[in-house]
Design a protein around this ligand. Structure first.
Ligand SMILES: *Cc1c(COP(=O)(O)O)cnc(C)c1O
Length: 381
């Protein structure tokens, strides 16, 4: 779809702001929808939730969550209570909002009042939540998380044992889900996957019957045994590859383009950027583009990453600055690129995962680092 077609009349003033912007981030909401459908299609019996923490991995939870509710998603996970409070008015009554990190002590009443469901990660959190339920004479909904191996969040084995010995601690609770989280799901042959599966299954068997959830995006691709009743994909919805050893089964969602601000011809030996970390090996042409680490283009991409003009790769030379990056454009024919032209940083030529590999990180960090200075465009259908 063309840019003009994607913008409604009411967006016109923002379109002008877009003209002035140094860089544009385009979020293809139709691709998010399609990715949700593809994930759901892989889950024979299980429901498909959506993890929309960290502002839907940087893409805009206020846009993404209602759209997925429209696709039939009813279960939304965030990390913090404040993220849930911000989304609550945007989602209908039929949708549940779960807080993965649990509630800060003292925030229980506010969460209950707003209809937000905590993930209980310890016996202390469980007791605080059931105490509120007793005071309010309500059966409060909750998710119980078990630590199946990654030593991060959830009841460790000793706490589970104490709970099994004192099952009345769960009394009065509406146990909506028992969950755990996989540490190595992106490595299908890692022994931790089946170990965590076994620990989780055994833990659930010692608790009252409740729906169960284990799989994140990559976990969905580990097979039916990992699906249980609810899957919790995040990154795959946003186009990240949940199967890093194979072709990406998801549709790309983000496109990032930046404007060329200046070009210059360098002589052999000329230095580029802070620290003079790059020296021209011979005559070359460089272009400076209008985005930098303040926009989330990681500094580790200094002398490492690249942009694209069509199919031609334009390597980053020198350090990534706060607001600009310098590219080696010598491969381009004379006149192919002038000030005001745009180059692609994320999109058809370069995926989020490819940039992550160049930066020595994971696609999650590239997405959640995406800055707020970009002119953002949302395309849907
Ligand atoms: C972030 C998160 C997810 C989503 O993980 P992806 O790998 O992005 O699919 C699922 N469950 C928990 C507990 C998480 O913290």
């Amino acid at each position: 779809m063309g840019v003009a077609a994607a913008l409604s009349l009411s967006d016109a003033p923002r379109a002008l702001a877009g003209e002035r912007a140094g860089a544009w981030l385009t979020v293809d909401l139709a691709a998010v929808r399609e990715n949700y459908r593809r994930l759901r299609a892989r889950l024979a019996g299980a429901r498909c939730a959506a993890v929309v923490k960290a502002d839907a991995y940087g893409l805009g939870a206020a846009r993404v969550a209602p759209l997925l509710a429209d696709e039939g998603c009813r279960d939304f996970f965030v990390a913090h209570l404040d993220e849930a409070l911000a989304l609550r008015p945007l989602l209908g009554e039929a949708c549940s909002l779960f807080v993965l990190n649990g509630l800060p002590p003292g925030a229980e009443a506010e969460a209950a009042e707003a209809g937000i469901v905590p993930v209980l990660n310890s016996l202390a959190q469980l007791d605080a939540w059931t105490a509120l339920g007793r005071r309010q004479e309500r059966r409060l909904p909750a998710v119980l998380q078990l630590d199946s191996g990654m030593s991060r969040l959830g009841l460790p084995a000793e706490e589970l044992a104490r709970l099994v010995e004192a099952p009345q601690r769960l009394a009065g609770l509406d146990l909506r889900l028992v969950m755990s989280h996989l540490a190595c799901a992106d490595e299908p042959s890692h022994p931790a996957n089946v170990e965590q599966l076994a620990v989780f299954s055994a833990g659930c068997a010692r608790l009252p019957a409740a729906p169960r959830s284990l799989a994140n995006s990559s976990g969905i691709f580990l097979g039916d045994a990992f699906h249980f009743d609810l899957a919790r994909p995040g990154v795959a919805l946003y186009g990240g590859n949940p199967t890093p050893d194979a072709a990406n089964p998801m549709r790309p969602v983000v496109r990032l383009e930046a404007k060329v601000i200046q070009l210059r011809d360098l002589k052999a030996g000329a230095a580029v950027g802070y620290g003079y970390s790059y020296r021209a090996g011979g005559p070359m042409r460089v272009a400076t583009i209008s985005l930098g680490y303040a926009d989330g283009w990681l500094r580790s991409l200094s002398n490492a990453g690249r942009a694209y003009l069509g199919e031609i790769a334009l390597p980053i030379v020198g350090r990534v600055s706060m607001d600009s990056i310098t590219l080696d454009v010598s491969a381009l024919p004379e006149g192919a690129l002038g000030p005001g032209a745009t180059v692609e940083l994320l999109g058809e030529r370069q995926t989020v995962d490819a940039v992550a590999a160049a930066a020595g990180t994971i696609g999650y960090e590239i997405l959640t680092s995406l800055g707020h200075r970009y002119h953002r465009r949302y395309l849907d259908g």
